[in-house]
Design a protein around this ligand. Structure first.
Ligand code: ZN
Length: 384
């Protein structure tokens, strides 16, 4: 099957002009003008008119609770699993699944099965091994074996620190996890990322700073998330990004975070942080509990992947960022930090993961995952 998208404004995420993109099977075959695929009718060629549409790489969500999460308000507040259309209708074609607070009733075997299910339905999935807890609950018995032996495991997490829900690991335990996943990642050609859940405790990113200062483990091993949670944490994360680390904002539907994503990104750029060094993830399907200052549970929301395109629009419309820059934290940046070589870019040889957005309001028009049309004119044509 060959699909040619004609005359779209192509963002790789760098702006490449008005071009045609040809998908051959599951991959991007060519990017150019007046592309032709004449195979004498031997292969079906489908054409999509991209005029007036913006073509971008499919979104990579580097932190989503695809299995659902435990709810901090008791069993009846457990949050629901992700669905295929919950991803595709929000432009997500690659997702990294993780387990959060509840690493008992939500376990790695079930997370891996869920990741395989979504992959069979058409999107690309990976997982972090573990949950908030240390020692890390793995599938094979330890984090190094998990990353080396299980294709879908690309890191560990989300390990919780500086949070009243954290298992309060010691620094040595934390550094050992980073060391093991790093070496396991090297041996298996994967990122070996430590996805770190940042709570709002006063120790903030101390363990991460100490690891890069007191050991030989580099900044690039960590992807701390929820960095906009409070102003002090954001300042620490800004310093981390300035020093060469990559930080992850959690998108939100109502900007109730202390540092909203678009404002945070402006601050980073003003401070001289490279536009390569931040990502945005959804925390989708995760429980978003509200606690008072005594740590007492007050209520709970559920994360949703729809925050990602909303944050993209805010970066462009509110913060005035050029679209090609606003796209990086959702596409090429997570691809780089997670070492997903064929993801996050519009280039021949990359996977055929593409979103078409309407130029006037950046709303979703079409989603293609691995060459398969999942969403057409805003409607899901493949359902889970
Ligand atoms: Zn978290």
């Amino acid at each position: 099957m060959i699909t040619i998208i004609r005359n779209a404004k192509v963002y790789q995420p760098e702006y490449a002009g008005i071009k045609d993109v040809m998908l051959i099977g599951s991959q991007i075959g060519a990017l150019g003008e007046n592309l032709k695929a004449d195979l004498g009718g031997a292969v079906e060629v489908k054409e999509i008119d991209g005029a007036g549409l913006i073509l971008i790489p499919g979104i990579i969500d580097s932190h989503e609770h695809i299995l659902g999460g435990g709810g901090e308000g008791g069993f009846h507040t457990r949050t629901p699993e992700a669905t295929l259309t919950g991803l595709t209708l929000n432009g997500v074609t690659t997702v990294v699944g993780c387990i959060g607070t509840d690493g008992v009733a939500r376990n790695m075997e079930a997370l891996l099965a869920k990741a395989h299910a979504l992959e069979e339905e058409g999107v690309t999935t990976y997982v972090y091994t573990g949950s908030y807890r240390v020692p890390v609950h793995t599938i094979t018995g330890d984090v190094m074996r998990d990353i080396m032996l299980l294709d879908k495991v690309i890191g560990v997490g989300e390990v919780a620190i500086s949070d009243h829900r954290s298992s309060q690991p010691t620094f040595e335990e934390f550094a050992r996890i980073a060391a093991d996943i790093r070496v396991g990642g090297m041996l298996s050609g994967k990122a070996g990322i430590v996805n770190v859940h940042m709570g709002d405790g006063p120790r903030m990113m101390d363990f991460i700073w100490r690891t890069v200062r007191e050991t030989e483990i580099p900044f690039s091993q960590f992807l701390p998330t929820h960095v906009g949670r409070n102003a002090a944490l954001f300042e620490s994360a800004l310093e981390f990004a300035k020093a060469g680390g990559t930080i992850d904002f959690t998108g939100s539907l109502d900007d109730d975070d202390e540092v909203p994503v678009s404002k945070g990104i402006l601050r980073l750029l003003d401070a001289g942080v490279s536009s390569d060094h931040f990502t945005i993830s959804s925390d989708g399907q995760g429980s978003l509990p509200i606690f008072n200052e005594k740590g007492e549970f007050q209520g709970l929301g559920v994360g949703n992947a729809s925050c990602l395109l909303k944050e993209l629009r805010e970066c462009v419309n509110k913060a005035g960022l050029p679209l090609e820059l606003a796209l990086k934290p959702l596409t090429s940046n997570p691809a780089r930090i997670l070492k997903l070589a064929r993801k996050g870019r519009i280039l021949p040889g990359c996977d055929g993961d593409i979103c078409l957005l309407r130029e006037e309001d950046l709303s979703l028009h079409t989603v293609i995952a691995k060459g398969q049309i999942m969403v057409a004119e805003g409607t899901a044509v493949v359902r889970g």
